[in-house]
Ligand binder design. Structure first.
Ligand code: X2X
Length: 343
């Protein structure tokens, strides 16, 4: 009997000692899942690893993040990523505006053909009123946006022929992703667009099932599309650019102490600025070393004159006008003004 009460006392003391840790474990998960479409060594994947590393450091290990590249938490279906974040199947993500645009129509603004002529135009949108408005929309949809990163200007590549005019695109099978805006843009140019995830795109390009694709040069070179997918023709047209957005699911965010929220936000800002620098390396005029690197791979790089670019703009203008109404004429007007006034 005496032995039993000693045992009970030991158990009681042990439980009292464990209790605070049990409470802590209840609000903080042992590990948080961070989704990205591509992993290391793509700049986007590096950004995920870097965010995780900085968070661990700044929270003294209270917040542990594991990266899930390949949008593997949604079976590679990148246009379902945003819904999974809202529902809590994904805790945090660095997502492309393109992949989330099927759920958030305003994100299509970055995919409006020829809206952003240069990097300053991207910055004028993300760093100005448009960026603020988009962050508010994301906040109203169960996610906390923390920083803007960058995938980059999306250049067109194909295995068939050099493209200099819209008519050269006639009948080419081009892989696209995102909202119907992409299908309409490429249809307006006379191409035959087909929608598929990045996971399906690489084998489809390699087998020749599709002829071409559009992606930033960092994606092109790291994925070795020139050799793996015979993408020997590259058109530098900068028709759209996709920023990346660092977000956290709202319930996850609310479960963190203010000091940890601050740490996660600061870590996102730092990882994002490093990400933008990596995404733009060798691509901001007058530095064109990134383009020269692509040429050195044996890729035929076509640069357009202003007049040639205007032909592509003209061919896609009806799509632009139609989508301006769908996205919201006021937001589009704000974006156009911000671009016109960029410094
Ligand atoms: O799928 C693509 O083309 C990629 C990797 O650029 C995006 O996720 C938008």
């Amino acid at each position: 009997m005496r032995r039993l009460s000693v045992l009970l006392l030991v158990v009681a003391v042990g439980m009292a000692w464990l209790a605070p840790q049990a409470v802590r474990a209840a609000d903080y998960k042992p590990e948080y899942k961070l989704s990205t479409v591509v992993g290391k060594p793509f700049p986007w994947g590096i950004a995920g690893e870097r965010w995780a590393e900085l968070v661990k450091e700044k929270t003294s290990g209270r917040i542990n993040i594991k990266c899930y590249p390949g949008t593997s938490l949604v079976g590679g279906d990148q246009t379902k990523e945003y819904t999974a974040i809202r529902q809590g199947a994904i805790d945090m993500a660095i997502g492309s505006t393109i992949n989330w645009s099927p759920q958030i129509k305003e994100l299509n603004i970055f995919s409006m053909p020829f809206l952003m002529p240069d990097y300053k135009a991207i910055d004028a949108l993300t760093g100005g009123e448009v960026g603020k408005e988009i962050f508010k929309i994301l906040e109203s949809k169960d996610t906390i946006p923390l920083a803007w990163g960058e995938n980059g200007f999306r250049e067109l590549t194909n295995s068939k022929r050099p493209i200099r005019k819209p008519e050269h695109l006639q009948g080419l099978k081009i892989r696209v992703v995102g909202s119907p805006l992409f299908l309409e843009t490429f249809t307006a140019l006379g191409a035959n667009p087909t929608q598929m995830s990045w996971a399906d795109a690489v084998p489809a390009l390699s087998s020749g099932a599709v002829d071409g694709q559009e992606n930033p040069l960092t994606i092109f070179t790291v994925a070795k599309l020139h050799s793996a997918a015979n993408q020997k023709n590259l058109l530098l047209w900068g028709y759209v650019a996709d920023p990346l957005i660092f977000v956290v699911n709202k319930d996850v965010w609310k479960s963190w102490k203010p000091e940890d929220q601050k740490a996660v936000r600061e870590a996102a800002a730092q990882a994002a600025s490093e990400n933008i620098a990596a995404a733009r390396k060798g691509l901001v005029p007058p530095d064109d070393s990134g383009i020269k690197d692509v040429e050195a791979l044996g890729v035929n790089v076509i640069r357009l004159t202003d007049a040639e670019k205007a032909e592509f703009r003209k061919a896609t203008k009806p799509v632009y006008d139609k989508w301006a109404k769908q996205i919201g004429p006021e937001l589009v007007k704000k974006a156009e003004t911000a671009v016109a006034n960029r410094k």
